[in-house]
Structure formats: structure tokens, C-alpha cells
Design a protein. Sequence first.
Lengths: 395, 292
Amino acid sequence: MARIELDAVTKQFPDGTKAVRSLDLAVGDGELLVLVGPSGCGKTTALRMVAGLEDVTSGTISIDGRAVNDVEPRHRDIAMVFQSYALYPHLSVYDNMAFSLKYRGGVPKAEIRQRVAEAARVLELEPYLQRKPRQLSGGQRQRVAMGRAIVRQPRAFLMDEPLSNLDAKLRVQMRAEIAQLQRTLGTTTIYVTHDQTEAMTLGSRVAVISGGVLQQIAAPQELYRRPANLFVASFIGSPPMNLVDARLERGGSETDGGGPVVVFGPHRIGVPAEVVTEHPALERYLGEPIVAGIRPEHLRDAALTVDGGDRPAQPVIELPIKLREELGSEVFVHGAIGTAAHVSDDAADDVRSLATIVAKMDPRTQIAEGKTAAIAVDAARLQFFDPATGASIRG
Amino acid sequence: MATIPAPQYQPGGTTPRNPPSASSRVRRTMHRWVLFILMVVVAVVMLYPFWYIIDNAFRSAGQFDRQSGHSLSGWNQLFANLPVASELLNSTLVCVAAIAIILVVSTTAGFAFAKLRYRGSGMVFLLVVSALMVPLQSILFPEFVNLSNVSLTSSYAGAVLVYAALGTPFATFLMATYYRGISDELIEAAVMDGLGYERTFLQIAIPLSLPAIATITVLQFIQIWDDLLVGLFFLPTNQRTITAGLATLSTGRTTSVPALMAGSLISAIPAIVVYLIFQRHLIKGLTLGMGK
């Protein structure tokens, strides 16, 4: 087990592309840190630098306090699970798993056998030890790749999108197995994925990266509840957070609740007093444009809310419904907001550019396409962002 | 009540199809016959020389002139005039040594071109591949002068080096192409497993490239074994290859065709055997990089 630190690590390729920009990260002993971000954001490059497969342009990578920038990959005592599994096709499952121990030397044959047998038992690979990788299913190959990493008992695991080649069902199953295995072994792990669901369910902490820059590193719930900026707000969560260009105006009327009011298009949403207390910086934005955000799950069918009588009174906006999507356990409704939705540079062709917001509804909802529906907004969950910097308005 | 007839079973298919019309059946049969006749013609053209060699190797000069009767006279003449065994041994030595050099150079260079990143590798690869365009005849004299300056024209070494130099560009090209098809992650996995690039090459790249190595072995064996020019130029009489030896059977106005045919038959056998042994790998190697 090990503590891995990245201090102002930058990677610039010979063609001038900066894949990683001044990345600071600290992965605790035994922690599972997930690097998540869209394709090409630099997360895999960062992982490969930790592995030693890419040179570091500037900055320092250290393992247990020792700088390893110039240490060969084989001397870092780190195991890596690759996206393609990278199993040796000419070797049996047993030989794949024992490969590193055999060639590194220093481990007696009996112990190699014992370690492989133990890993095979944990990963349920015992019946396949004499087979070649081509004779295995995708899930079994993925397990062999895991087994190859485990038998080495390295100081840390690096996993580069190890589940991306599996079908959806198997991915969920293997995700749980990896999480359980990591907790059992307690080995420091850096896990790279572009799938935010995978990141949220696996990581004790999640680092969101975009354009080679670390956007936020926090526990999954913290990322979800308090995104540091517009990118994190829109990347974490499915469907993504609804973001609209709005103005923050001074309220005053009783219907507004007496506090500031978020105004976008024909809609007005009063900001509750506790939100203002939590975001004192909002005062500075009175009369100014802001980006307001609300997650789909914090929008409800007003009819159900009122009829149920189990919700506090919430501001209601009337939206023409353009689309209703049935998912069984929930219903997504897309409502036109009557003004331009906020479009970030990163999501120019995102669904938000269609000037709709998405609400995740109880399946009992009667809201129908083509009708206007009253949507209750859980205003206590509103998020606010500076339109110029994209940063969350807090403090 | 009207009944719907059950669909008729069609051999070779699960869904009923309309039976082909008589004219389309005739067209298909004609097409098959034309193809068959064409293939027979090609087979005859390809195999006739082999038949000619075998048939005439077992005749005397007179029988050859008359084209009737068979005997071992041609074989007796061949063994009387040519040290067949030693020339076959010479051919084998030259082939094995040259192929060994070609394989060592092409596998290491191919791996470096395909998997190692260094400045100018693309340009160097282009230079190596451009050597494919240089015909043997154009470099024969300069090579002879070069090698005679270092006294290598009167031993196996000169011919071996020339064959190796001629075969390496193509072999390197083939190996680099093959190694490019091997996932970078596989090489990196071996590096992470603690091997370093040298042992990764030996433990992972070489075992995975056996089809390409077999292809190079067969192609180079056939090329070197059958070559006449380099053997005549660079080897002394006592170290001549079988092909160069056969050329000496034809002296001025007298040529014993049966002896020549017998020699050709002996000479062809090793190349055919090597081809038959490696043919499965050869086909795999030649089609590499064509798809997933």
C-alpha cells in the first residue's frame, strides 16, 4: 500500500498539446480515487504518468514520499489494469497471472502457485486456469486482468477504464466486484473512467478533470451537492443538472418569500432564506446575471406535491411539456423554459441548448406531452454560478 | 373455410424461396464450367514444368532426344560431374546463416520502428523501406568491390552478407507492420509486469510474431536457395551452392538436359519441403494487417 502524490504535474506532448496542466492530487494509503472526465480530458495521461509509461513534462510524482519521475515503470511496484485487458494471448490464464512473479524473480514457485490459486479462487477463475484468453468471455478476461494485478501484491493498482469493454449488465456486476475487492485488499487504487455513474459508485473520492485541469476533487455526495463549477455541475448527475441563464433580482413581494428572486424568461423563483444564508456571496450578484442550476430530481409535479400534502410549499413554474420519457421507476419530462438555456463551451450541442429543462418525476405523474404542466421547484436545492468564470457562487 | 398452405421446406435455407428459373440454372452451370476449365488450364500451365522436370530427369540423353524410355543415366551423369551433397550443404549453410541474420535484424528493427518512440524513426524506416526499390543487379559490382576490399569474396561470409543485406529491408518492413498490429497496451502490460523493453521483446513480441517470422523464413529461403547471381559472383568453386553448381553443367555447346533436370529436381525439393512445413503460417503472415 502506498500514498501517491502529484504535485503540479504537467504533460505536454511534442506537438505542443498540453494533456495535463499543473495537476495536484494526493491519494491516501488504501484509498480508491476515481479520475473522471470526458474523453481526451487528460485522465488517462495522468494515470500513465503515475505508471511511468509517459514522461512528466514538469512537476513531481511521488510514491510514499519518494519522487518517481525518473524511476522505470518496473521499479515503481505498481500494477495496471488496461482498458483492453492486455492479456498475453499466447499464455494460459495461469501463466498470465503468474507472469510478473515468474519474471521479476525472488518468489519461490510454490508461493507463485499459491498466490495464483488464491486469486483464482477469489475471482472465480479456477476452472479456466489452463485456458487461453481467446477462450474466455469478456467478463472472465477482465477478471484475469484483475488477477494478474492482484497476485503481484503491488503497492498500488492503476485501472484504466477496465469495464468499458463490457456490456451494461456485466459492467454493473463487475463494478461491485471491483469495489468489494479493493475494500478487502485495501490497496491504494487510482481508477480512470469517463462514466460518472461508475465514478460515483466506486470512488471514496472522485477527481473531475476537464481540459487537463482538475475541476474538483471531493467525495461523491459533495460533488453532487456542491459542484465547484459549471463543468462539474453538468458532468455529475444523470440526467445532468438543468442550467439556465438568469438574473438575480431583489424580491420583496410576499410570493417571492421576501428574499432575492431568480428570474429567467417569464419565470420567477424566490430564493429561500436558508439558501441566502448559505451563499452570502449572492448579495453581490443582486441585479446581475447569474447561471442558476437545479437537478432534475429536485423538480416535481406540482399536482402530486399539493395532493400528497407531504411537501413544503415550493415555487411553481408553468412549462409547456415537449417530451415525456417513461423509464419504469421514474418519468423524465422535458419542458420548454421560454428562454435560452445556458450553454457552456463544453456542451454546445448538449440537450440544454434546446432551451428545455428536464424533470425527474414520480411515475404516477399525469403530465403529458403537448400540455402545460405546473412544476414545483425545490428552491432550497438551487445552485448558482458566476456566468463569467463558471465558478459556484458561495462563501 | 380457406386453409393457408404450409411453407415448403427448402434445403439449405430456413425461409421458403422461389425456385430458380430454368435460364438462371443454365447460366449458373455455364459459369461453373467456364471457371472450372479456366482453373484446369492455369493448373496445367503451373504444373507442366514440374512434370517435364520429373519425366526428363529419368532419361538418358538419347531417350531425351527420342522422348521415349526411362533410365537413371541422367542421375549418374549428375553425380559424376557435380558434388551434389556438398553443394546442397553449401546452399543450406548460406541460407541458414543469411536467414538468421535477417531474422535478428528485422525483428529487432521492426519492433523498434513499431513500438519505440524516438526522433527520426519515421525517416529511418522510410530509408530502410526505400532499399526495397534497389535491384540486385545495380549493386552487384559495388558490393563485389566492397567485399573484395575486406577479403570476403572467397568465403561463405561474403554471400551471406549480401543475401542478408538484400533480404533485410523487406523483412524489416513485414516485421514492423506485424508489430504495429500488436496492441501497445500489451507491450506496456509487460513493461508494468517488470520486464523492461528488452525482455518484453523476447518474451512477448517474439512468441506473438511467429507467423511473421515463419513467413520471412519461407520467402527468404526460397529466394536465397534459388538465387544464381550472388552464388556465382561471391562464392569460390569449392563453396558453390547447388544452383550455381547446376549452372556449370551447361558448358558451351554441350548440355545434358536429363542431368540438369535431375539436379533441378534435387534442388527444388528442400524449398518445397520448407514451404510445406511453414505454409499455414505463411498464409497467415502474408495476410496480416488486412483486417481485425
